[in-house]
Ligand binder design. Sequence first.
Ligand code: NAP
Length: 265
Amino acid sequence: MSERYAVIGHPVAHSKSPWIHAEFARATGQDIEYGRIEAPLDGLRRAIEEFREAGGRGLNVTLPFKQEAFRYCREPSERARVAQAVNTLTFREAVFGDNTDGIGLVRDLAQNLHFDLRSCRALLMGAGGAAQGVVGALREAGVAQLVIANRTAEKAQALAARFPGARGCGYDGLGGESFGLIINATSAGLLEAAPPLPASAFGRAALAYDMVYGRDTPFLVAARAAGARACDGLGMLVEQAAESFFVWRGVRPQTAPILRKLRGG
Ligand code: NAP
């Protein structure tokens, strides 16, 4: 019988994860089933336990449950502990929690987009589950200076305080600074909005990256107008999925063919 996995979130109807994991399974010869579970906002724990009791082997956790999943898991990996957010649960004797968002973003930037992160000066916008998941990996990849800006400045300050050398502020605290890499880890693009960022923030040859995918967000439009290279988060989605697949199955699927198919190539 196929081993069962799923993505759990609220909402999840739009999620491309079932399709991506089915493609990975086909390409690697792994016998898995991968579904989607929409949990009520106050019902994450019960939904996880029902899935586990029915024989489920692992879950991807998405918005808005990543921090709650971190508190739920018994054995967080080092990268989940650093992020204090979990996007990958594995059920064995205990519940293991991992976070593959950071490595997914870094692989997309470094391997797919050929962006040199070493010594780069970066701005990360947002301080929610997605932003929390990537700060550790960005630092590990060699980002030299990291500023975290958020609508609620205190959250950016609290996140930055966990990483030596990082600085947190509101958008009005950015002054006239410019950056080589600007990552939008806010959900503003889903509402056709953009964080209030001055055009001067885009340095020469800057890369502007929106974690939202499948649409030309106002942030990406503004970035292009300011002369920056603009990329959506589809590559991160595929790379974080590949890392979760590896955590569960011990097999690393190729990502380039899936990304090409998703981009309609
Ligand atoms: P979250 O925990 O709900 O956090 C949302 C963040 O967006 C907060 O920092 C919030 O600021 C900010 N925000 C919301 N509306 C805003 C607006 N109009 N202007 C400025 N800031 C705004 O969500 P999340 O889990 O971090 O996810 C964020 C986004 O990343 C989602 O769209 C998600 O789909 C995407 N994502 C993509 C991938 C991928 O693989 N491509 C992976 C993970 C997440 P406040 O704190 O002030 O409320």
